[in-house]
Design a protein around this ligand. Structure first.
Ligand code: GDP
Length: 431
């Protein structure tokens, strides 16, 4: 069976924690899109880790950690990450890297930096990990798949020559920066070849065999629906599809094998980078939520940037869950809201004098104003609670209100960063 763990919002919903938790009963965990541009923070018995490319199931010795073809693979970063966990006592994970995954080249990172520099104030707020230039090249068919590293030297050099002609025009005339040299690129690719060689395989064939043997495969998404290239707040999106449907493409499994889609929804909102964010809050109210948020504050796992924060957005979350094809909602970081007397929730968007609960296209999003409803807080610490009935009444009411608004079953509630901080719930919406 294949299960997907994906985000409904702008990312940072706590997918890492949920994947780490579900991986206990999984055989294989696959990253299917994105690169080292965002991070998952995971807390378990080995310590606290920020993972960027490694799947969050990497801490168990019974799982195989797979890099799917849809991933933007930064080879040196990937192995730095492997070292960073093994040096803290985590056993060397079983790893498989798709022979069809493509590699992030050092020039992708440079192009990312140069473009943000050129755009100045109008920049996208990129993490400068080379992700947009990488995916542009992939679809322009000038990227390097892992299997091409094993190509004959003359063939590989011919391709490098073709690729750098284009790149050098831009470097010289648009960015006024040093140009790329064939030998340097070739040497880099050979270095990457040495690093990946022991781990390369046909991931799709491996997964399809595993499914025949009745194994459980988890697909782990990065970021969330609102950052999806097609369905998100374009152009303030990431350059890959963050929805579960893409898991079939980015891992190479039949779409009908994805039986469970766990959409991770955070009990309040946060976002990194630019773009309209209707339920955003500012000032002291925001600082307090940011500092209390997540596990040790809402600051980027990759960049350390303070995240923008806001109250829960039912409109965006309903949309985010629908596009994921949600079978289960994991409602996370609820414990953080225990300090509030009243909790505002955004229940609609007012656009040109009309209220809607349908998430609009980006052009209309800019005009949306939040319609608030205030729910009573529960004013207590809910960490450590294991049973739904034991949650304070106002806390249950908050969960039930959100579930009714978004229309998808909340079957898991996360009340702390650790694996065991989870409450399972029977939802009336679960068929
Ligand atoms: P991801 O990218 O979706 O995996 O999310 P991040 O790792 O960026 O952000 C989630 C943060 O919240 C991490 O620091 C987690 O340790 C933390 N976290 C996850 N679930 C909970 C929870 O239920 N309560 C609290 N307080 N923190 C949580």
């Amino acid at each position: 069976m294949v299960k997907a763990v994906v985000g409904a919002n702008w990312g940072d919903e706590g997918k890492g924690k949920i994947t780490d938790m579900l991986a206990e009963n999984a055989d294989i965990v696959v990253r299917f899109q994105g690169g080292a541009n965002a991070g998952h923070t995971i807390k378990n018995s080995y310590g606290k880790f920020a993972l960027h490319t490694l799947p969050s199931g990497v801490f168990y010795d019974h799982t195989t950690s797979v890099i799917g073809n849809g991933v933007a693979l930064n080879v040196p970063k990937f192995f730095e990450e492997v070292n960073s966990i093994t040096s803290k006592g985590v056993p060397m994970p079983k790893i498989m890297i798709s022979d069809r995954a493509q590699v992030v080249m050092p020039y992708h990172i440079l192009f990312d930096e140069y473009e943000e520099e050129r755009l100045k104030g109008a920049a996208f707020g990129s993490t400068k990990s080379g992700i947009a230039p990488f995916y542009s090249d992939k679809f322009a068919k000038i990227g390097f798949q892992v299997n091409e590293l094993f190509e004959e030297e003359s063939i590989l050099r011919d391709k490098i020559k073709r690729v750098i002609v284009q790149k050098n025009v831009l470097l010289e005339h648009l960015y006024h920066k040093p140009t790329l040299k064939e030998d340097e690129i070739y040497d880099t690719l050979m270095e990457y070849k040495k690093m990946v060689e022991p781990y390369v395989g046909d991931v799709s064939a491996f997964l399809c065999n595993a499914l025949k043997e009745g194994k459980t495969v988890l697909l782990e998404g990065q970021l969330g629906t609102l950052k999806d290239t097609d369905h998100g707040i374009y152009p303030m999106v990431t350059s890959s599809n963050t929805i579960a449907a893409y898991g079939a493409v980015g891992a190479g499994v039949p779409p009908y094998e994805i039986k469970q889609i766990v959409t991770v929804v955070k009990a309040y909102s946060s976002s990194v980078g630019g773009g309209d964010f209707v339920s955003e809050i500012h000032g002291a109210e925001a600082d307090e939520l940011r500092n209390r948020g997540g596990d040790g504050g809402e600051y980027g796992a990759t960049t350390g940037r303070p995240r923008r924060v806001g109250w829960f957005d039912c409109v965006a979350s309903k949309y985010g869950c629908r596009l994921q094809g949600t079978t289960d909602v994991a409602f996370t970081v609820l414990d953080v809201l225990g300090y509030l007397d009243e909790i505002p929730v955004c229940v609609g968007y007012e656009i040109d004098g009309e209220v809607t609960t349908d998430f609009p296209v980006t052009r209309r999003l800019a005009a949306a104003k939040p319609v608030w409803k205030k729910l009573p807080g529960w004013k207590s610490d809910i960490r450590g609670i294991k049973k739904y009935e034991e949650l304070p009444e106002n806390c249950r009411k908050y969960i039930e209100f959100v579930e009714e608004q978004i229309g998808y079953p909340i079957t898991m509630i996360s009340n702390g960063p650790a694996r065991e901080d989870i409450i399972y719930r029977e939802s009336p919406l679960k068929k």
